[in-house]
Design a protein around this ligand. Structure first.
Ligand code: GLC
Length: 675
């Protein structure tokens, strides 16, 4: 049989006959039926034919224009369009309403490793990169993701690595470039981030640039800050070094004085020379290319000086001879000069270029001690339009030991919270390689409560190695002094806080198990204060640190909720952490005083009458139920209380509360949204 349509014709064999077809009215064929006018024969013929696979396109097209096929198809089409639009709209709404996810540098504490003191694998008494690699599981155990390693560049070690001879090389004391690359790869494998120290203000006097500068090589002659001076009394002005005495040294090769705001072996780079800026920027690229996750920028406020080199005003103008230390001058011409932030912001832009890949955010933190001038520190956060660091280190809690009282701690915390630009992320430092260990300066009684403060405040905590086990300063005799700052003034020595990490009760506290040398003495308490022993003890400083850090990262109110003051007195500092919409909140009660205290929080209506202690620094109080009118704490005791609520504190007390980026919780869908 044949099928004719228009001019073309085609054969329909038996094998392609529609099995559903029934001849109508005396055996008319399918071909005849199809050739008929569809309008006329609609009911009698088309209804009897079903389309089937293998029908020619033209035939199928005719079927598809029938209402019974067309209408459902159109309905389906428009339904699909409508659903797609709804889905797109929903996705856009969800994206628009979702708060930003926390970045890695926000969700984990920053752990500072001082590489000389962390772990020695080759038995020379000084820690090394392989040692850090060996101990990476310690960070995982603590639930720490961000590790800042103090400098390991090639260096004559006058300032233990902060005097860099080659910014692109690893000092052999610490290992090789291959060791570094292996360490970085292994850290990334384990989900850890590596933050390097970057030291822009100065180099070592053994750096190639300095040697070329002192011989007046045309390209390098202005790489450092030089001025004419009297060789026998080399003091072109009254500027002083952070380590004491004049910040000028006469160089007999060049016959001029050079500036050094730290040791004389650390000449200051001249950032007014664009070539210096370019060299340092290239070094940033070098390490970013290697894959490092961020930089801690060292001593940034010193990077520029006034070119007129005038004397700085004295704090006490009546005693000119008393100008010996940095605290005797107002540093109008040497610290935080105009142009500094432009330099730092341009480096931020470099980091941003390397942050474009998902999961590759490059972090930047500044070191700047601005003492009473907190607003200067806040400048490092950048402006709403121009980004700078993710945060400048907050050193104000280092003053905590000066006056252990709840009110004092609240003041220190408030100093940051009240001055931090809106929407920025806070951070807290209680120790580093330049300051006495807090466990010693505040006293053992307060070790645990300080860790509790650090890990329950909003923002990123920084933990200096050993703080997680409550390590204390060592005593260093005059003969044992290693730190150049200590050689100038024994009381300024930073050796006490740099003693070897206490891993176990083994020889040298497990720091060096090969030979009996350690570059600084091990603390005598290492048999009881060490990682191994504390891992076995549920009530140890280590166990509490780990618990609090895990809690902080798993509980929304603690890592991204409101922070609200509820009480401060001579002993106790107390605050809430809550998140709108989430019925779980935390009350933190910390006793920094000298005696036990009973705190009455009955005026805080949002708190339930009965409060159950989730964790006390005094283990036996875990699980205790307290009346909110009588919250008892011993000196140095801290409590984390978790409670249920449907009335949040912050809406009624906005002046007592802070949040970096507000988010609310929708319990029905278990999601966070911007609110
Ligand atoms: C920073 C470092 C310190 C070093 C100084 C000079 O303050 O933290 O250890 O001595 O810079 O580089």
């Amino acid at each position: 049989m044949s099928l004719k349509k228009g001019t073309g014709s085609m054969e329909l064999g038996e094998c392609t006959r529609n099995p559903g077809y029934q001849d109508v009215e005396g055996g008319g064929s399918a071909a005849e039926t199809i050739n008929a006018d569809p309008g006329e024969k609609h009911d009698s013929t088309y209804t009897q034919i079903k389309p089937y696979a293998g029908m020619p396109k033209e035939v199928l097209l005719q079927y598809s224009s029938q209402a019974r096929y067309r209408v459902p198809r159109e309905i389906l089409f428009w339904l699909t369009v409508a659903c797609t639009l709804v889905l797109v709209a929903l996705t856009i709404t969800v994206i628009a309403l979702s708060p930003r996810c926390l970045q890695w540098w926000q969700s984990s504490p920053v752990y500072q490793v001082y590489p000389r003191s962390f772990k020695d694998t080759n038995g020379d008494g000084v820690g090394d990169l392989k040692g850090i690699q060996e101990q990476l599981d310690h960070f995982l155990y603590l639930n720490i993701k961000s590790v800042w390693i103090s400098p390991f560049y090639r260096s004559p070690m006058k300032d233990f690595g902060y005097d860099v001879e080659d910014f692109r090389a690893i000092d052999p004391l610490f290992g090789t470039m291959q060791d570094f690359e292996e360490l970085l790869a292994e850290m990334h494998n384990k989900g850890l981030k590596l933050i390097m120290d970057f030291i822009p203000n100065h180099t070592s006097d053994r750096h190639r640039w300095f040697n070329l500068s002192r011989t007046r090589d045309p390209h390098y002659k202005d790489y450092y800050v030089w001025t004419d001076c009297n060789a026998t009394a080399p003091r072109p002005n009254n500027w002083v070094s952070v380590f004491g005495n004049s910040s000028w040294t006469y160089d007999d090769v060049r016959g001029q004085c050079y500036l050094h705001q730290f040791l004389k072996e650390q000449p200051d780079l001249n950032f007014r020379n664009p070539n210096v800026y370019k060299e340092m920027t290239d070094i940033i690229h070098f390490w970013l290319e290697k894959g490092v996750d961020g930089f801690r920028m060292d001593a940034v406020k010193h990077m520029l000086e006034a070119t007129h080199l005038r004397d700085e005003p004295q704090v006490d103008p009546n005693k000119p001879e008393s100008v010996k230390t940095e605290f005797d001058l107002h540093h109008d011409y040497t610290y935080t000069q105009l142009g500094l932030h432009d330099l730092l912001r341009s480096w931020r832009a470099v980091l941003d270029v390397y942050s474009r890949e998902p999961g590759k955010y490059r972090f930047m933190v500044m070191e700047s001690y601005d003492y009473q001038e907190v607003e200067k520190t806040m400048m490092y956060y950048g402006t709403p339009l121009v980004r700078e660091s993710d945060f400048p280190f907050n050193f104000y809690l280092l003053y905590l030991p000066q006056n252990t009282s709840g009110l004092w701690v609240k003041d220190l915390v408030h100093l940051w919270m009240a001055n931090m630009p809106k929407g920025k992320w806070p951070n807290w430092v209680v120790g580093n390689h330049d300051k006495p260990r807090i466990a010693s300066s505040a006293g053992q009684t307060y070790i645990r409560v300080i860790n509790m403060l650090l890990l329950t405040l909003p923002g990123t905590p920084t933990t200096y190695y050993g703080e997680e086990i409550g390590m204390e300063n060592i005593n260093v005799t005059d003969r044992q002094i290693q730190d150049p700052a200590g050689k100038y003034n024994a009381s300024a020595s930073r050796d006490p806080e740099r003693s070897p990490m206490q891993w176990s009760g083994d020889m040298n506290a497990g720091f060096n198990i090969k030979t009996n040398i350690t570059w600084l003495p091990v603390h005598p308490d290492y048999r009881s204060v060490n990682v191994e022993v504390q891992k076995k003890d549920e009530g140890s400083v280590l166990a509490q640190y780990r618990f609090l850090n895990t809690l902080r990262q798993s509980e929304l109110p603690l890592h991204r909720g409101w922070f609200c003051y509820v009480h401060a007195d001579a002993s106790v500092f107390s605050y809430l952490r809550e998140l709108d919409g989430l019925d779980r909140a935390f009350l933190i009660v910390l006793n920094f005083g000298k005696e036990s205290a009973t705190t009455d929080l009955s005026s805080v209506r949002e708190l339930p009458d009965q409060l159950k202690v989730l964790m006390s620094t005094n283990q036996i109080n875990n699980g205790k139920v307290l009346q909110k009118s009588r919250i008892l704490t011993e000196a140095g005791e801290g409590l984390v209380i978790r409670y249920s609520t449907h009335t949040w504190f912050n809406p009624n007390h906005p002046e007592q509360c802070y949040v970096s980026e507000k988010a609310c919780y929708l319990s029905a869908m278990d999601i966070l949204y911007k609110c």
